[in-house]
Design a binder for this molecule. Sequence first.
Ligand SMILES: Cc1cc2nc3c(=O)[nH]c(=O)nc-3n(C[C@H](O)[C@H](O)[C@H](O)COP(=O)(O)O)c2cc1C
Length: 189
Amino acid sequence: MKIIAFNGSPRPAGNTEVLMNEAMKPLRDAGYDLRVFNLNTMNIKPCQDCGGCLTTGICIQKDEMREVFDAIREADRIILASPIFFFGLSAQAKAMIDRCQAFWCEKYLLKKTIPAGPHGRKGLLLLVGGMKKETGRECSAGTAKAFFRTVSVPEHEILFFGGVDAKGDIQKHPTALKEAYEAGKRLGT
Ligand SMILES: Cc1cc2nc3c(=O)[nH]c(=O)nc-3n(C[C@H](O)[C@H](O)[C@H](O)COP(=O)(O)O)c2cc1C
């Protein structure tokens, strides 16, 4: 099974990364092919709305998104992990998602969905926010749902942990790491 994981946090070893690593543990132990994209350090420009993908479903920008397009196409499982910034996904995560407009054109204009392999395609959304209120979860989940469906992932689970702000706070959360591990296990089935 091929699994890819997007870390949308700019903070090295931050709460998002710790949570994502925990979700990946059972998948790594199961021997699956895992690839992590640390979006903050990648050269991924925002979508230019140039229309270049409209008739082909292929983005004309030449940057590291090219690797991401291939990886998304081949993946059986996709993990999207992001801190909540201003009630939404981080800019790093959103830039990658917006570039998937190429997949949107392929799916909805050219009527081609990404074919699922024998394991199907499933997703996992991991969200961490400093505030306890649900607004950030709701806004981010809407964008993430649009992403997953656009890249032909028909189902995904969501884990959100609020009140997790300072670096390392996720380690002090009573259930977060266990919940992420269990969600990772389910993702591998
Ligand atoms: C630019 C910025 C905006 C933020 N906006 C929100 C927000 O709207 N809601 C929230 O719950 N937390 C917000 N936070 C707090 C982060 O979500 C929180 O610190 C999180 O734990 C960071 O995860 P990380 O360690 O993986 O980067 C914001 C933090 C930053 C730096």
